[in-house]
Design a protein around this ligand. Structure first.
Ligand code: PEP
Ligand code: MN
Length: 347
């Protein structure tokens, strides 16, 4: 249950609600928001006297949220969340946002060449890991802060926004200084201290589905971030573990549709990690847009055969160009458009 305070409710009025909830034997969790404060009532066993709470000073209304995730649910907010980026692009609105770039930042030349080409083709966000979560400790772990600086240089050059991954709470503070969106990878979806840290870092968060996570777990992970005060959370379907071996992961496009039904958060799709094979990326990218994804996260590399990570699932620059033309048509067919910045050339 959520007790929504009126806009401009005083701290004393919020305290009054907290005391009332506690005196009823439940835990109260005040959640200050941009517009108004909400007080979550935790542990409702169905015997809560709603009338008592509605009558308290400063209370606007009481909402019953049936899902275990509260603030990220559609019940909590029927309108879709729209995340504004500094380059004017919106995620979760009408337009489909294309985020493209290499798995990892490898060099100045590599990231600048990729950034210029994906921007010219119509991408609006540049991806690239500076801190890489690798399965083996002996694999390339990323360029670290130097990689973040190169991403910032690419942003200055192209007008692209930057999304890049943070691996731990200390790293989140550093990544937040450079990134426009902080990425939480599949391996860290349930790293709750990291989720809390990015919830306080002051930047939008791209939260990828864990490789064996249910949608409920994904949404509860998002709830951690929102509960810390960061409402700009973008979910990402990137495939889950599977008993078959025809693809790296089972790319679950039903997740896109289901999340839209049960949550107001935007959801994008990552067919690169979702399929793990270049030949499958284009078809599943097109399918993701057709299914209603608010954006795509695509791995693109100037020379995938030399990529230090995920080359097998990276498109080259020409393949990306061609795919963008196809995505324009798919988006148009469902009454959407591919998002553009003022800076990237309009096609
Ligand atoms: C990535 O985006 O490069 C990445 C590591 O993805 P995931 O966390 O989905 O495996
Ligand atoms: Mn990758």
């Amino acid at each position: 249950m959520l007790v929504v305070m009126k806009h401009g409710a005083t701290p004393d009025q919020v305290d009054g609600v907290v005391s009332a909830i506690e005196s009823m034997g439940y835990r109260a969790r005040p959640m200050p928001g941009a517009q108004r404060t909400t007080v979550g009532l935790v542990g409702n066993d169905g015997r809560v006297e709603e009338g008592h709470l509605i009558g308290l000073d400063g209370v606007l209304r009481v909402i019953h949220v049936s899902q275990p995730y509260k603030q990220v649910s559609r019940e909590w907010c029927s309108e879709g969340t729209v995340v504004d980026l500094p380059n004017g692009v919106q995620i979760g609105g009408e337009d489909v946002v294309i985020m493209a770039g290499p798995c990892a930042v490898e060099s100045r030349e590599q990231i600048l060449e990729t950034a210029c080409r994906v921007a010219a083709a119509g991408a609006t966000v540049l991806r690239g890991g500076a801190f890489k979560p690798r399965t083996s400790p002996y694999s390339f772990q990323g360029m670290g802060q130097e990689g973040l600086q190169l991403l910032a240089e690419a942003r200055d050059e192209t007008g692209l926004a930057i999304v890049t991954e943070a691996l731990d709470p200390e790293g989140a503070v550093l990544v937040a200084k450079y990134a426009d969106i902080i990425q939480i990878g599949a391996r860290n979806m349930q790293n709750y201290s990291l989720l809390r840290a990015v919830g306080r870092a002051g930047k939008p968060v791209l939260l990828k589905r864990g490789m064996a996570a249910t949608l409920k777990e994904l949404l509860l992970a998002a709830e951690y971030i929102v509960a810390e005060g960061e409402s700009r959370v973008i979910l990402c379907e990137r495939g889950v573990r599977n008993f078959d071996n025809h693809a790296r992961n089972l790319f679950d496009l039903t997740a896109v549709v289901t999340v839209k039904e049960v949550s107001h958060l935007p959801i994008i799709a990552d067919p690169s990690h979702g399929t793990g094979a270049r030949s499958k990326v284009g078809p599943m990218a097109r399918a993701s847009v057709a299914a209603g994804a608010d954006g795509l996260l695509l791995e693109v590399h100037p020379d995938p055969s030399t990529a230090v990570s995920d080359g097998q699932q990276s498109l080259n620059l020409d393949q990306f160009d061609k795919l963008m033309g196809e995505l324009d048509m798919i988006a148009g067919a469902i009454g959407r458009r591919i998002a553009r910045t003022a800076i990237a050339p309009q096609t």
